[in-house]
Design a protein around this ligand. Structure first.
Ligand SMILES: [Zn+2]
Length: 136
């Protein structure tokens, strides 16, 4: 029954410290800054207004999901199939699917926008030295 989960390397989004966590961990605390670090993937499947979302994992906004946030940090990347209204800083590829809607700034090492996606505003930047990179 137990699934084997290899340890993952992530990076603390508070201070940038590399961390090793067990594959099953949902969160950990950073030994460098004592900050609480969410490492699990986050899925948004309904209308979700929040102040901010931070995770070392991936953020997925499903087709029926709407994420309205001031600030999003997803170090593992972002997948938007629904609607996103947030300023996003990603450590991985940001993918905006056909039929998705996006409003807000985006900073990511790579951005993929499918034909049929709607960008309703925001500044996109692909820094050559992003502050955060997805751990390999
Ligand atoms: Zn830290």
């Amino acid at each position: 029954m137990a699934k084997r989960s290899p340890p993952r390397s992530v990076r603390c989004y508070h201070c940038g410290q590399p961390l090793e966590v067990s594959g099953k961990a949902q969160s950990t605390s950073c030994p460098a800054c004592n900050g609480r670090v969410i490492v699990q993937d986050v899925e948004v499947a309904v209308l979700t207004p929040v102040h901010e979302i931070q995770t070392c994992g991936r953020l997925v906004v499903t087709k029926k999901g709407t994420l309205i946030a001031k600030r999003v940090q997803a170090l593992g990347g972002v997948d938007v199939l629904g609607r996103m209204e947030a300023n996003v800083e990603s450590g991985g590829t940001v993918h905006i699917a056909a039929g998705a809607r996006w409003r807000g700034d985006c900073s990511a090492p790579a951005v993929t926008i499918d034909p049929g996606a709607r960008i309703e505003g925001g500044r996109f930047s692909v820094p050559s030295e992003p502050r955060y990179l997805a751990a390999k």
